[in-house]
Design a binder for this molecule. Structure first.
Ligand SMILES: [Cu+2]
Length: 466
């Protein structure tokens, strides 16, 4: 992917479009002669193999399917399956459904649309940037539809579907894995150095700002960030520290910062306008608290978090060290090393929506950072879920010992090769790099890790050297 891209509000649509075009080019080999593949049911009124009627669901915050394909002259049946009001607008065409309340449906006649690809979105403020954006491809007579990635009809990925280029699928996976690890601009989670005030208070400074963020090679999105990083900078304090965080708002709307998991006074909880006034664009607000106990916590906006967080506004904050089990102790039949010195400690922030999409620490495979360890190293990893979905994080090769939940040490740590992390949760896991090799580490919701274009999203590797 080396094309020059327009960066900004339409970047996501452009990338989605390019991806669609690439997938069509790479994977469709048949049915360009106007013939009808035998395995495909064709609605009576059209001679394309695309359906004449497609059901589309609107929800918080997705348009499903995200890449709609329909025959020229077709009709969309649009249903709001969410809880808020939504609509579906086809950009620059004047076509849109009425605003739909939860549970309402509407038909959208596309007979005025020429074959081609259009951008679709929900026009409610913030919903498109929250994820309610997609593409609509109107397919003319005799054109082939793209193979459906999952869930659709068409006998997708069935040996009876003549549209599938099986060798192309093999090649796409091979090429995507060969691109790992890929260099991209920007690294998140860098330690934030405080200014030490006269009374010993540690003062940290955060600026909320919109940046260009390279999620994967060549894919530059509008990232909502702290200090130009996704994840935002890592804040570290010790129990007993007096902490101040000065937050400056360079966003186009008001904001606040919620300290998710930190025990502090109500007026510092960051829920505007309940516990404080909104921090208006151009203004600053100082959060202050004394760290009273150990925490594995995260910070993010509470005000319109539904699009700010998916678009990248989150960071990690830790107070003290997580308590570990006794070295050499036996848990669940496995004995821990006698030396539990931690060789590496780092966050694993998972996200799945907005402009950042399926990602680990703000990057999508192949731009995810590999974990590189020496055999026998002990690694302490903290999962944080800043997304909208649950993610079962599966490590090949050796198990993870879950030692803390939301920063609270467990009386009975437990072993797992797959740790399920729900939105808002943190799990701290201790991993001993027992076996040499390049071990895959990924979300086990398979469509968060692979597509027809190969490996993507929530995948990295745990590389153990001798
Ligand atoms: Cu997942």
């Amino acid at each position: 992917m080396s094309e020059e891209r327009t960066v900004g509000a339409i970047a996501v649509a452009a990338v989605a479009l390019v991806a669609l075009v690439l997938s069509a080019g790479a994977l469709v080999t048949a049915a360009r002669d106007g013939g009808t593949p035998a395995a495909v049911a064709v609605p009576a009124a059209v001679s394309s193999d695309a359906p004449a009627e497609v059901s589309v669901e609107l929800s918080e915050f997705a348009i499903t399917p995200g890449a709609i394909e329909i025959a020229a002259g077709g009709t969309l049946q649009v249903t709001n399956v969410g809880v808020a009001q939504h609509d579906l607008s086809i950009v620059d065409t004047g076509l849109a459904t009425p605003m739909l309340n939860a549970g309402q449906s509407a038909s959208l006649d596309l007979s005025s649309l020429a074959p081609g690809t259009y951008e679709v979105l929900c026009t409610v403020a913030g919903h498109a940037s929250g994820g309610m954006i997609g593409t609509l491809t109107v397919i003319g007579d005799g054109e082939a539809a793209t193979p459906v990635a999952s869930g659709g009809g068409h006998g997708a990925h069935s040996p009876s579907n003549p549209d599938i280029d099986w060798a192309g699928l093999d090649q796409a996976m091979h090429d995507s894995i060969g691109a790992f690890p890929a260099e991209t601009e920007g690294v998140g989670n860098q330690p934030l150095e405080p200014t030490i005030l006269e009374d010993g208070t540690k003062r940290f400074e955060l600026t909320a700002e919109i940046i260009e963020w390279e999620v994967e090679p060549g894919k530059i999105v509008e990232g909502w960030s702290y200090n130009g990083q996704i994840p935002g900078p890592h804040i570290r304090a010790e129990v007993g520290d007096k902490v101040e965080v000065v937050v400056t708002n360079d966003l186009p709307l008001g904001t606040d910062v919620h300290w998710h998991g930190i025990i502090l006074d109500n007026e510092m909880d960051g829920v505007a306008p309940l516990t404080q006034d909104l921090i208006q664009p151009g203004e600053s607000f100082t959060y202050a608290f004394t760290a009273v106990e150990k925490h594995v916590a995260m910070y993010h906006p509470h005000h319109h978090s539904q699009f700010k967080i998916p678009n990248g506004m989150w960071g990690t904050i830790q107070v003290g060290d997580v308590d570990l089990p006794e070295p050499g102790s036996t848990i669940g039949g496995r004995t821990l090393p006698d030396d539990l010195t931690i060789a590496q400690e780092f966050p694993m922030v998972v996200n799945d929506a907005g402009t950042i999409g399926m990602s680990l620490n703000g990057k999508s495979f192949p731009a995810t950072a590999p974990i590189v360890a020496k055999k026998g190293d002990n690694i302490l990893m903290h999962y944080y879920n800043e997304g909208l979905q649950i993610h079962p994080m599966h490590l090949h090769g050796f198990p993870q010992l879950v030692v803390a939940k939301d920063g609270f040490p467990l009386d009975q740590p437990y072993w797992a090769d797959t740790v399920n992390v729900a939105p808002g949760e943190r799990y701290s896991v201790l991993v001993t790099a027992e076996h040499v090799g390049a071990w895959v580490f990924h979300c086990h919701i398979l469509t968060h890790a692979e597509t027809d274009e190969g490996m993507y999203g929530m995948v990295t590797a745990f590389i153990v050297e001798e």
